[in-house]
Design a protein around this ligand. Structure first.
Ligand SMILES: O=C(O)CCC(=O)C(=O)O
Ligand SMILES: [Fe+2]
Length: 195
């Protein structure tokens, strides 16, 4: 029982710190696009889900897929890998690059909802897990999830950036991403909007 209490306290305090880091990232995004006045309304509409992942060592060969390529359907995800590598990010020129684990580093992954909110200024990032070492792999992620209906603020719509997406109903999009599953080829956001 004591162990449970101390684990839940540790998880809570760790996730609170990562939440603080996310708030900094959100501030940087808003400042970068000249909409710092919107920061509070963006943050107010978010909830935080902390998830733990455990990947078995590769069953047949080293270099097995642990998690298929996908973009996250939420706003932003912050990932931390514990010791064993595996996370890969796809670059703009379609190259997969390894993200090496480091005790003090976190990976900030833009999700589909940030792409909609930013009117395509920030693109959701394709990533996957490749099991390259013959070891169990642990990672944690703080999934920052928007609620309600998300649309690009008018400040981010202009002649150079015409409105790209109709308002996104998060509940409807979540249902769609669950039905499509992570294994779908191509962008779920594009499929949802039929573009
Ligand atoms: O385990 C990881 O490093 C990534 C997990 C992930 O991308 C996800 O659950 O969406
Ligand atoms: Fe992901």
């Amino acid at each position: 029982m004591m162990i449970c209490v101390s684990i839940s306290e540790s998880v809570y305090s760790f996730s609170k710190r990562v939440q603080g880091f996310h708030e900094l990232v959100a501030r940087m995004v808003c400042e970068d696009y000249g909409v710092e006045g919107l920061l509070n309304s963006v943050l107010e509409n978010l909830i935080y889900e902390f998830r733990f992942f455990k990947y078995k060592p590769p069953q047949t060969k080293v270099g097995e897929v642990g998690l298929v390529a996908h973009t996250d359907g939420n706003f932003i995800t912050i990932i931390h890998q514990h010791e064993v590598e595996g996370l890969q990010i796809k670059t703009k020129d379609d190259q997969w690059i390894d993200v090496k684990p480091n005790p003090s580093s976190f990976v900030v992954v833009a999700g589909d909802v940030l792409q909609v909110w930013s009117n395509d200024r920030v693109r959701s990032c394709e990533h996957r897990v490749m099991m390259k070492e013959d070891k169990v792999r642990y990672s944690v992620g703080l999934f920052i999830v928007a609620q309600g209906v998300i649309h690009a603020p008018e400040e981010l719509v202009d002649d150079e950036h015409p409105l790209k997406y109709k308002p996104l109903d998060i509940a409807e999009y979540t249902r769609f991403t669950i039905e499509e599953g992570a294994a779908r080829q191509g962008s779920r956001l594009q499929a949802f909007y039929g573009i």
